[in-house]
Design a protein around this ligand. Sequence first.
Ligand code: HEM
Length: 479
Amino acid sequence: MRNDWSGQTFPHPPGRRPFIGDIRKINPSAPLQSMMERGKDLGPIFEVHVFDQKFVFVTGAELAAELCDESRFEKGLSPALVALREFAGEGLFTAYNDDTNWALAHDLLRPAFTKAAKQSYHPIMLAAAQELFDLWEAKSEPVDVSADMTKLTMETISRTAFSTDFGSFSRTEPHPFIPAMIAALKAGQRKGSLNAMPGASLMAKRIDKRNAHHQAYVDKLLDDIIAERRAADEVDDTDLLGIMLHTPHPETGARLDDINIRHQILTFLVAGHETTSGALSFALYYLSRNPEILAKAQAEVDEILGADVDAEPTFEQVAKFRYLRRVLDEGLRLWPTAPAFARSPRETTVLSSGHTMRPEDWTIVILPMMHRDKSVWGEDADQFDPDRFLPENSRGRQPHTYKPFGTGERSCIGRQFALHEAILVLARMLHRYDIAGDPNYELEIAERLTLMPTGFELALSPRTPEVTAQLEQDAAARG
Ligand code: HEM
């Protein structure tokens, strides 16, 4: 985790103190947003010292694009990800590039993310969305968007990947896995950012002790899921868990061991729902704030799904919601819900900024800053405008300037899964309900390695019979 960049220095926030460095400039519960604030006048690359630990951040699109060159750079593990390895081990997200379990799991699990596999998940995604609507229809008050999107995406990943129902829609409190996961993510974030503090190992021990019951709960939950599947009479190798338990590597015959399977389940449960739930919540926030954009989105869903508010999109139809896709893309530009990734060079190299970087050095790309670089996105880069992603507006944009799903070999394996799920849910939701946010709500973002709007509520009203009648008339007029 040493990261001394051969003693090179970078611009840093004013007011650095001996010994503690820049720590006073960082809000421990919102470190990424602190960096966005502190880094905005420091140029495309800057540093922050937390005690003895140097963090180098890249925010400029040109430099970030250079770091995405896979022939020169690869994924690095930031201290936060290293800390998370205690929880998720050599799961895909937290594995080192040369961990043999990474290549093995990557090869085994890729088939679970093909188009054919996604087709089999489609009805499960639809059923989970319907259950959420049933829940909403039983109550009249505004809904807590992030909480409900979390229930939905959690159920979707647990049912599709592990054929396990977490009962999220029938609980008044979230499934105990959720607070346990949040505690682990926050602990990772805290341990990662304070790892050079004097007494850090004592603090880490204290955090671990506080989290021990969460860890024990999660381990038992996941081990029970594995044991139950092993004990089943019939071999089911259609979902992720089945593949991991029953499929050897096609060339080497190697298999994942049970500890690694536990780590992979955990990884997929976390990576597979937090980020998608945040993406849906940000999209809904911006839709509720922009009536014209909302009207266009609703016109698209009405056009494709027709007048029946109970209509469910077919698998093929999901790809046709081009405007909804642009809304999601734009939400993930402004607030990429996995907001940073680290890069290290494969060999010592000199960056276009003139800095020498060795394989033991790493830098963190801050995506919401890179995604707002005015040289790429224009003077209005902070504005929400889905039309930036129209083909004619995207054409000619430099490559590697939009990276919400990471980059290269270690980029997101679940990207298509997430987009399919999010579009399907938005389509059904906007078709079924008119949405209204509280005009006094100001976007507040909770951080736990991921980003998520907090306190954001929407009032949902069923689309009225008049709307439906109008749609029917329009359809008849179109013949
Ligand atoms: C909007 C939703 C999502 C976003 C924004 C997102 C973002 C990302 C990013 C940025 C990375 C790379 C991290 C790095 O370089 O350190 C990543 C990796 C990963 N994501 Fe996603 N993700 C999303 C949804 C999903 C879903 C639905 C799944 C699973 C079904 C998933 C599973 C993974 C896994 C396993 C990795 C590690 C891949 C590897 O290193 O081999 N993600 N994701």
